[in-house]
Design a protein around this ligand. Sequence first.
Ligand SMILES: Nc1ncnc2c1ncn2[C@@H]1O[C@H](COP(=O)(O)OP(=O)(O)O)[C@@H](O)[C@H]1O
Ligand SMILES: Cc1cn([C@H]2C[C@H](O)[C@@H](COP(=O)(O)OP(=O)(O)O)O2)c(=O)[nH]c1=O
Length: 205
Amino acid sequence: MRGKLITLEGIDGSGKSTVAEKLKKNPEIKAFNPIFTREPTRGTLTGNAVEKAIQSDTDQLAELFLFTADHAEHLAKLIKPALENGKIVISDRYSDSRYAYQGITLKTHLENPLEWVKDLHRSWTIVPDLTFLFDIRPEISIERCGKRGEQSKFEKLEFLRGVREIFLKLAADDPERFIVIDASHSPEYVEKEVVKKIQEFLSRN
Ligand SMILES: Nc1ncnc2c1ncn2[C@@H]1O[C@H](COP(=O)(O)OP(=O)(O)O)[C@@H](O)[C@H]1O
Ligand SMILES: Cc1cn([C@H]2C[C@H](O)[C@@H](COP(=O)(O)OP(=O)(O)O)O2)c(=O)[nH]c1=O
């Protein structure tokens, strides 16, 4: 049987990586023996290119293609083989990040960037079976990122407001796939909610 793909999405500082780390250690999740992964990928040719691009003033369309190339490589090398082997895969960011972030960065290049980026993926991507959207006000997430000590070029209030709006629209348009979690709660609350929903989902599917 084909495995299941679960993705974690949300704006910078929404707590995705924190949840992923907690899930890795959680005995109820470990019982499913999942593979944890992320986008952008780490330590790959395409992931390294993305990392350089987002640390510099790269053209936004060029950046989209780098993220998308990284997605293709991620699908080919990890996601597809794992799902074919019946594995549960949990990815910290995936295609919805492209729809939401590049849906904003490409506003000056294209008339309807969100639909255009979705179309670009349509014929070859694998749609996740379940997506958690960690929803939070950017005012809070930016403060959290400040404490983390990194500053990405995407961590700007107005920008993240737009990204959050697209994430919420994607979730509203596909309520069967998305579960929206209020990410302003404590890490313990968020972990408990996510574990419960994953267990419910995997027992049904
Ligand atoms: N639920 C939470 N409440 C308070 N702080 C949090 C919570 N989740 C994560 N953090 C902190 O916020 C910062 C960003 O979290 P992180 O998991 O790296 O976010 P993301 O991966 O979504 O960018 C980190 O310093 C982390 O310790
Ligand atoms: C996967 C992906 C990430 N991004 C952005 C989100 C982040 O600001 C940045 C790097 O992702 P990531 O390393 O996951 O950042 P964080 O841990 O802060 O959430 O790249 C896109 O713009 N498009 C994409 O397709």
